[in-house]
Design a protein around this ligand. Structure first.
Ligand code: TXA
Ligand code: MG
Length: 325
């Protein structure tokens, strides 16, 4: 059931459900999350069951602030720099886990992912939950395993139906998931790019960030294929997209095109959505556009590759994983 997340009574009700070991969906500035009481292994198991998420994929624990974070993890000096610079905000730190804390949420790992979201509804929920004895809320994105992450309350209902309580906080402002920085090692590693650029993270860390390139350590549960629409998505260079559309001629197939340029000679009947020229705007609408095109029943989605440059890393990462399905 969708309820207004700005309503204090709705937030109190959601916090009560979390305290009772039930699941609740809530908005964050990145994407919507599917939350459970982090310390309650049975509640956390419900997340895995509802999402169809394989065991061994650890969840991020969401907290109201640093004091709550320290119930779950030991903030290393690197983590402290990220926390001081960006919390509340769209970055998750991986740190050593406090032994015995949030065992199931961490999928048994010796480390834990911690995030303090900036969305006012998320923050209100985390404060209310804390005051109800729930210092942390384990929450993955509120979508079925492998599918497109939700950026609106309606997307969450589309994924899980009307049984689940969903706090509606409007469209997620950023639109792609938090950057994940592993601060549990000697050197920081960017495990997942987000909207915050590597440059900004490095400036706060005072150290170069190893990327999640080939050979770099990988977050458990980070898969090559993810965010998959039902349609087949292909990423193409500007030139390749142009050529392919010319070859297509007047046959529209069941095709959608998402590109910065408006390709000339697109057959009538081909759905076209224009990709914004600014990376923040592209991130903001990315998952909603993929969902919309998918719901239109197209068989193919052809996407023009984003321009080079680190400010596009987050969008490029999500698109290349959506294309790997
Ligand atoms: O923006 C976000 O981070 C959203 C919102 C809801 O906060 N959450 C999110 O959660 O994206 P999820 O479960 O879809 O992605 C969490 C990822 C895991 O797949 C894994 O790669 C990484 O976080 N992760 C979590 N705990 C970890 C750990 N202890 N070590 C390494 N990676 C971890
Ligand atoms: Mg996810």
């Amino acid at each position: 059931m969708r309820v207004d997340g700005r309503d204090a009574a709705a937030v109190a009700r959601a916090a009560g459900l979390l305290a009772a070991g039930e699941l609740v969906a809530f908005p964050t500035e990145t994407v919507y999350g599917l939350g459970a009481r982090a310390g309650d292994d049975a509640a956390v198991a419900k997340i895995f069951a509802l999402k169809g998420r394989p065991a061994g994929h650890p969840l991020i624990v969401h907290v109201a602030g640093r004091a709550e974070a320290e119930r779950f993890g030991v903030l290393s000096p690197l983590a402290e720099r990220i926390v001081d610079a960006f919390w509340p905000g769209p970055v998750t730190v991986i740190v050593r886990r406090v032994p015995g804390a949030a065992e199931a949420a961490a999928a048994g790992q010796a480390t834990i992912g911690l995030r303090c979201p900036a969305h006012p509804v998320a923050h209100a929920l985390l404060v209310a939950a804390r005051d109800a004895g729930v210092p942390g809320v384990a929450a993955p994105s509120a979508n079925r395993f492998g599918r497109i992450s939700p950026t609106t309350a309606a997307h969450v209902v589309e994924e899980f139906g009307d049984e689940l309580l969903v706090l509606d906080g409007g469209a997620a402002q950023l639109g792609i998931e938090s950057a994940i920085v592993d601060c549990s090692r000697e050197r920081p590693v960017l495990l997942r790019p987000g909207v915050l650029t590597p440059e900004r993270l490095e400036a706060a860390l005072g150290a170069p960030l190893a990327g999640a390139g080939p050979g770099a350590p990988r977050a458990p549960g980070t898969l090559e294929s993810h965010y998959a629409p039902r349609a087949r998505l292909r990423l193409m260079s500007t030139q390749m997209l142009k050529t392919a559309l010319e070859m297509l001629g007047s046959d529209p197939l069941k095709l959608a095109v998402y590109s910065r340029s408006v390709p000339s000679g697109v057959a009538t009947g081909v759905r076209h959505r224009r990709m914004p020229a600014r990376p923040e705007q592209a991130a903001h609408e990315l998952f909603a556009v993929l969902r919309e095109l998918d719901n239109d029943g197209v068989h193919l989605i052809w996407v023009e590759e984003p321009p080079p440059g680190p400010e596009w890393d987050g969008v490029r990462d999500r698109l290349s994983r959506a294309a790997a399905a």
